[in-house]
Design a protein around this ligand. Sequence first.
Ligand code: UDP
Ligand code: MG
Length: 318
Amino acid sequence: MDLLTISFIIPAHNEADNLENVMKAINEEMRQQHYAYEVIFIDDGSTDETIDVIRKLVFTFQEVKYVSFTRNFGKEAAILAGLQHATGAAVIIMDADLQHPAYMIPEFLKGFEEGYDQVVAKRNRKGDSRIRSALSVIYYSLINKTVDVQLTNGEGDFRLLSRIAVNALLQLSEGNRFSKGLYSWIGLEQKNISYENVVRGKGDSKWSFAALLNYGVDGIVSFNNKPLRLCFYMGSFILLLALFYIGTTFVQILKHGVDVPGYFTTISAVLFLGGVQLVSLGIIGEYIGRIYNETKKRPHYLIQQSNIEQVTEKREKN
Ligand code: UDP
Ligand code: MG
């Protein structure tokens, strides 16, 4: 009887110092399982020796496959490439920096065997900076009030997806991918498991504060148009206030004549309205920018080299 295959997807951007350890850890776990497996490394435009390390691993482990991008396209694109090239009955997505511990693999597989389509590992935020954890808590409580899908703090890409879930994700062709939202959008039955946060292996996190902020905005506007609606309500409310103000003042002027003061009210009205307009324009711009990006229909990534045959981005084209 043929064994089922599990595909590991490992996005890697400048992770030369970590990849060998990741591969060894996976191999260690999978040797004790009754599955065949493949490990797909996606070299996301690394500028260090990542690709050399991967090619060395190809010689040692027959399970290693790789896709190497022409430049850095971002983790979302790397994961998408992994999903498109995976052949397994299930995939497990893991970071390359050893922050996603391989000892979770048996638990993932257990969930898979129990019939779940998504098995999600949630981490606590031990070792994260206080500010970052506090900001995350605020962000998630805010986003879950506005967005149409539910997102959970601490749940990320570290998860197992069944073939059904993978195929569902591959049907979502948007250029601007916010995977956390996509995982939730496809639905399907999910099992949650948890693990202790681990500090990074070698190298630095690729998340600067600005990158996190951008990611946060993506999360909000990728999944609804409520911010646009909010602009509309805010605008209407302020318009009503303004009409009321103009009406009453006009009556006052008819009754008592004009008096000079009013500098304060004028300036505050100008500033306030200016602010509201800028915010609204910003939100509209955000959506238009996205429409612009989607209409270009560019591929999510370009491949420079790979050891996987028939490299096609076939699902991109329709
Ligand atoms: N990564 C990637 N492309 C990027 C940035 C990151 O493929 O442009 C990979 C990185 O190599 C790692 C994973 O995504 O395997 C998570 O990145 P990182 O550790 O920097 O993020 P954090 O763990 O701090 O959220
Ligand atoms: Mg990391």
